[in-house]
Design a protein around this ligand. Structure first.
Ligand code: 4NP
Length: 150
């Protein structure tokens, strides 16, 4: 089993979308995909209704996901840890115990724009178009991740 974790700040907007999108592109008997937030604000919460809506628009159901906080134990569980932005990166790296942990952490948009360390913008305080934009970015990145792993 190859295990992949998507990480954002709240685990209600970007990373649940990334989880749902990547899951839909990988065979479940070989891959596990999960998501977490660096903050604890939304532990136990469903994804934001705008993330649920944009996923549904593209045929994915993420309504059953539940927010949880990233912890150092995730470095042991997961093979790849994809972060959405530089703040997530810094927060995750701060919990790394050694270089092997650090080596698992990657900017998800580097799968589309190698080495650029671009952010997936946080859509939480914006409108619906921000969620559409995030969906498209994540869909492209997840297609490339799936291509590289299958
Ligand atoms: P996410 O978006 O990190 O993509 O889940 C956010 C959700 C909630 C908050 C910030 C970002 N918040 O401050 O509550």
């Amino acid at each position: 089993m190859i295990k992949i974790l998507m990480v954002c700040l709240g685990n209600i907007c970007r990373s649940p979308l990334a989880e749902g999108i990547l899951k839909s592109k990988l065979p479940s008997h070989k891959f596990t995909v999960d998501s977490a937030g660096t903050a604890n604000y939304h532990v136990g919460s469903s994804p934001d209704k705008r993330s649920i809506a944009v996923a549904r628009k593209y045929g994915l159901d993420i309504s059953n996901l539940s927010g949880r906080q990233f912890s150092a134990a995730d470095f042991d569980t997961f093979d790849y840890i994809y972060v959405m932005d530089s703040s997530n990166y810094n927060n995750v790296i701060a919990l790394a115990r050694h270089d092997d942990d650090k080596g698992k952490v990657k900017f998800i948009l580097n799968e589309v724009y190698p080495n650029q360390n671009y952010d997936v913008p946080d859509p939480y305080y914006g409108g619906d178009e921000g969620f559409e934009n995030v969906y498209k970015m994540l869909d492209e990145a997840c297609s490339n991740i799936a291509k590289s792993l299958i």
